[in-house]
Design a protein around this ligand. Structure first.
Ligand code: CAA
Length: 261
């Protein structure tokens, strides 16, 4: 399938998805959201993609937000709400994807771009990355989950500070706040993301899926319910062949070879 705004490259065990509208700093128009949805279908259907990297093309940006030209033409509150729901559903799907998602930000990750970055599992940044929610400067608010995910990650006050001022967060500050897991020299960003994807592609897929579920679902509930969920997922994973393989490999002092079963 040919797409106009994104590229999906398959590698052994993992894939690289690039948002490819460099002339507008990879801004997300509706067509790009639709194509991302189709790419996620492809990833889920493939069965052999065990880790996904998402990045932006060009030197300047990860994604500079929703496409402001398109936003400008939205005629009604109703349509704006529908668009927010569309973006939110896509980003929630990404968050819940059965395989780990590595976001690799090498430049501006603003508005919808920051919201996209916050929907992955691991966020890698180059020293040039800048994160932020500048929607307030346009007279609107973040609509693809930014007020919710950022507040859950860094607390309400810090999220309010950045959403109300629109100030950008440099990569090192984002690391200090726990938004970014690693900051690397700019030219190291993709090599680092690929090396991590290769590592993850060799981990037990079912275990990774349930680790994601346990953390994502648990973060939205009280400790007692979260612990219940964890115990239930722990039990589920004991039904897999991979757990026998993992434990046998340890005891036999060899590397495990996981099959996702
Ligand atoms: N939508 C549409 N076009 C965009 C864009 C966006 N979000 N961001 C950048 N572009 C376009 C610019 O209009 C410009 O196009 P032209 O060459 O045709 O003029 C091109 O990309 C390059 O951008 P700049 O010339 O502005 O580059 P710069 O280096 O001077 O500035 C920037 C970079 C600070 C990121 C600046 O482009 C900028 O502020 N972009 C908008 C960021 C923003 O407000 N994002 C939030 C969007 S709203 C949103 O995302 C809502 C939501 O939550 C869903």
């Amino acid at each position: 399938m040919e797409w106009n705004n994104i590229r999906l490259e398959g590698h052994e065990g993992w894939a690289l998805l690039t948002i490819d509208r460099p002339k507008v700093l990879n801004a997300l128009n509706r067509e790009t959201l639709d194509e991302l949805e189709q790419a996620l279908d492809r990833v889920e259907e493939s069965g052999d993609i065990r880790a996904l990297i998402i990045t932006g093309s060009g030197e300047k940006a990860f994604v500079a937000g929703a496409d402001i030209k398109e936003l400008r033409e939205i005629p009604s509150a109703h349509e704006a709400e529908r668009l927010a729901e569309k973006g939110q559903a896509l980003f929630s799907r990404l968050e819940e994807l059965p395989v780990p998602v590595i976001m690799a930000a090498g430049g501006f990750a603003l508005g919808g771009g920051f919201e996209l970055a916050l929907s992955g599992d691991i966020l890698l940044a180059s020293e040039k990355a800048r994160f932020g929610l500048p929607e307030v400067n346009l007279g609107i608010l973040p609509g693809y989950g930014g007020t919710q995910r950022l507040a859950r990650l860094v607390g309400k006050s810090t999220a309010k500070y950045y959403a109300l001022t629109g100030e950008m967060i440099p990569a090192e500050e984002a690391y200090r706040l726990g938004i970014v897991q690693k900051v690397v020299p700019h030219e190291q960003l993709l090599p680092e993301a690929k090396s991590l994807a290769r590592t993850l592609s060799k981990q037990a897929p079912v275990a990774m899926n349930f680790i994601k579920k346990s953390i994502n679902q648990g973060a939205e509930t009280d400790l007692k319910t979260g612990l219940r969920l964890e115990a239930s997922h722990f039990g589920t994973v004991f039904n897999t062949e991979d757990r026998m393989e993992g434990m046998d490999a340890f005891l036999e002092k060899r590397k495990a070879s996981f099959r996702g079963k």
